[in-house]
Design a protein around this ligand. Structure first.
Ligand SMILES: [Zn+2]
Length: 159
C-alpha cells in the first residue's frame, strides 16, 4: 500500500477508537498517523524512510522489508517502550492502533507481512491487491469516508 493509504488508514482507525474510548481525539489522531507510517521505516523509498535514510538503511539491512517492523513483536516492544518512558496514554493508544492498521493494510497485499516475526511465516488476507492498483484507490476512498464519518462523531462535541 502507498504512504497515503496508510495515513488515511491510521486516521480512520484512530478516529474509530476515539468513538469507544475517552482519549483525546486529537492526540489519538496524531499518534494514529505516526503509527501508520512508522513500520515502513524498513523501506528506503517510503515517506519515513526518506526522512530518516540512515536509520532506514540499518533496519532494512538487519531485518529486510516487511518483517520485524510489520510484526506483533514490533507492536509489543513499541508499547513496552512507550510505557517505560510513560508517554501520554492517548498518543500511545493512537500509535499502537496506527501500526496495527498499517499491518492489516499490508496484509491485504500479495507480499503480505511477517506478522509473527522472527517466524518466517508470511501472513496475508484471503483477498489481496497490488500497491497502486484500482482496488487500492477503492480502499482509499472507503477509508476516507470512514475518516469523515468517525471524525464527525469524534469532533462534534469537541469544539
Ligand atoms: Zn508496510
Amino acid at each position: 500500500m502507498t504512504g497515503n493509504t496508510h495515513i488515511i488508514g491510521g486516521l480512520a482507525a484512530s478516529l474509530a477508537i476515539s468513538q469507544v474510548t475517552d482519549y483525546d481525539p486529537v492526540l489519538l489522531v496524531v499518534g494514529g498517523v505516526i503509527g501508520a507510517i512508522l513500520p515502513d521505516i524498513c523501506h528506503g523509498g517510503s515517506k519515513i524512510g526518506r526522512t530518516f535514510p540512515f536509520l532506514s538503511k540499518i533496519i532494512n539491512k538487519i531485518f529486510g522489508h516487511r518483517s520485524f517492523t510489520h510484526s506483533l513483536l514490533f507492536i509489543l516492544l513499541l508499547a513496552a517502550m512507550m510505557n517505560y518512558f510513560s508517554w501520554n496514554k492517548a498518543i500511545m493508544m493512537g500509535i499502537s492502533v496506527g501500526v496495527a492498521s498499517h499491518l492489516i493494510l499490508d496484509m491485504a497485499t500479495k507480499n503480505g507481512v511477517k506478522l509473527f516475526f522472527p517466524l518466517k511465516v508470511t501472513v496475508r488476507l484471503p483477498i489481496t491487491t497490488r500497491t497502486g492498483s484500482i482496488v487500492e484507490s477503492i480502499v482509499f476512498a472507503v477509508l476516507s469516508l470512514l475518516t469523515v464519518y468517525f471524525g464527525y462523531g469524534a469532533f462534534t462535541n469537541y469544539f
